[in-house]
Structures are given as C-alpha cells and as structure tokens.
Design a protein around this ligand. Structure first.
Ligand code: C5P
Length: 230
C-alpha cells in the first residue's frame, strides 16, 4: 500500500513555514508536525532537569524518555511537557537558540527520528522543519523549501513580538537569526538545505496568500487534484 501523503516544508526560522503549514493542514484535513517544537521542548526539558545542552549522552537519554504531547485547541496547538503547558515558554528567542544547540547533536536527531515519523498517517501529514524532505521523510510526495532574507525574517519577528506587547530590538533579533542560521546550515548532521526535488519558494517579497497560492499550485502539480479535496 502506498504510504500516506507527506507535504514537507523546510526552511530557516521566520520564513513563514508555521503559517503556511497550518493553512495547508487545515485545507486538506491533514495532521501537522511542528518538528521545531519537539527540539524546543527537549531543550526546555534538558534545562529544567539541570543538564547541559551540549552533553550529548544526557540529552539523548532525555530525548528517549521525555513525555511531550501536542494538543490542538481553538487557539492553536498546545504543547505539554509532563502535562505542564509550555506553549509560551518554548517560544522565546532563548528557547529557539537552545533548541538549535541540542538539534546540532547527531545522536539526539537520531533519537527523535521515530517520534517524528509516527506523525505520518492517513489521509496525510504536513511536516514543518529543517530536514523534513531530506532526512525524516525523504520519500515525501511534496517538498517545499521556504526561504526569505534574514532582514525580512527579523522584521517579521520584531512585529510579531511587538504585537504581543513584548520588547523587541530589531538589530538583536537579526543577529540572533544569523547565528541560528549559521548553526543550522553548517552542522554536520541534517544541515538546513533544500532537497534536490524541492520547490524553492522565496517569501521575501510575498504575502502569505501569495506563498500559499504558489505552494498549492505545486502540490496540485505533484499530486493531481484527484487525491485532494482542497
Ligand atoms: O522551527 P523552530 O524555530 O521552532 O526550530 C527551532 C530550532 O530547532 C531550529 O533553529 C533548528 O536548530 C532546530 N530544528 C531542527 N530540525 C528541525 C526543526 C527544528 O534542527 N526539523
């Protein structure tokens, strides 16, 4: 039997993957995997346990036992760690930077592979991350690499934080984005890069509606309209 459809959306932080994948999953009635949230929760759990983010053996142990769950609610997916709601706590800039540190450890990535693959089920999955199309689901039927300039991503993040009533310093955000990009793109295991068969979509000058339109055209080209209702 053919495997359930996977639409893999990879790219750097702030390119708009979260919004695009939420829209696609809702449109097609597919499950959604936010793989970045898995690395974020793991880093949070590691810190909470008083372990070092770079101690590969300890982080792997934590990755194998950590009890995380993702619960769709009206206002988005809630992330639970041992039953505690950590949705907001894992979204800080620091939590993102910590996630990228544990994500650079090869054995940690290996330990989290099956947990991510378990999200694949009928009728399909939209997977958001850095290595969805290259490592986790190399046989994904649709692969999209969503990019945007670091400056535009920093600006979007600044506006997002300000909309939440938080303090936001554009220059600092830009610097952090560049540091995280560098770590994600140059790591030895599963570096951030487009799969050979991915559609490369640059969202720098596009609205989310335009991004969605281009993604949909590509999805229909790959899958035809027969299998999808969207
Ligand atoms: O996408 P998000 O910003 O939530 O991801 C946080 C960090 O987790 C990224 O900077 C990256 O280092 C790591 N990550 C990863 N592989 C994924 C998803 C996220 O290495 N598939």
């Amino acid at each position: 039997m053919a495997k359930a459809i996977v639409i893999a959306v990879d790219g750097p932080g702030g390119a708009g993957k979260g919004e695009l994948t939420r829209r696609l999953a809702a449109r097609f009635g597919f499950a959604l995997l936010d793989s970045g949230a898995i690395y974020r929760v793991l880093a949070y759990a590691v810190r909470k346990a008083g372990l070092a983010l770079f101690d590969e053996d300890s982080v792997v142990q934590e990755a194998l036992v950590v009890n995380m769950s993702f619960e769709p609610q009206d206002n988005g997916v809630h992330v639970l760690l041992n039953g505690e709601d950590v949705t907001a706590a894992i979204r800080t800039e620091e939590a993102g930077a910590n996630a990228s540190k544990v994500a650079a450890l090869p054995a940690v990535r290996q330990a989290l592979l099956q947990r991510q693959r378990d999200f694949r089920k009928e009728p399909g999955l939209v997977a958001d991350g850095r290595d969805m199309g290259t490592v986790v689901f190399p046989d994904a039927q649709v692969k999209i690499f969503l990019d945007a300039s670091a400056e535009v991503r920093a600006k979007r993040r600044e506006l997002q934080l300000k909309a939440q009533g938080k303090v936001a310093d554009y220059d600092l955000i830009l610097q952090e984005i560049k540091e995280r990009d560098e770590r994600d793109r140059t790591r030895a295991t599963a570096p951030l890069k487009a799969a050979a068969d991915a559609l490369i979509l640059d969202s720098t000058a596009l609205t989310i509606e335009e991004v969605e339109e281009k993604a949909l055209a590509f999805i229909h080209e790959k899958l035809g309209t027969l299998e999808l209702n969207g």
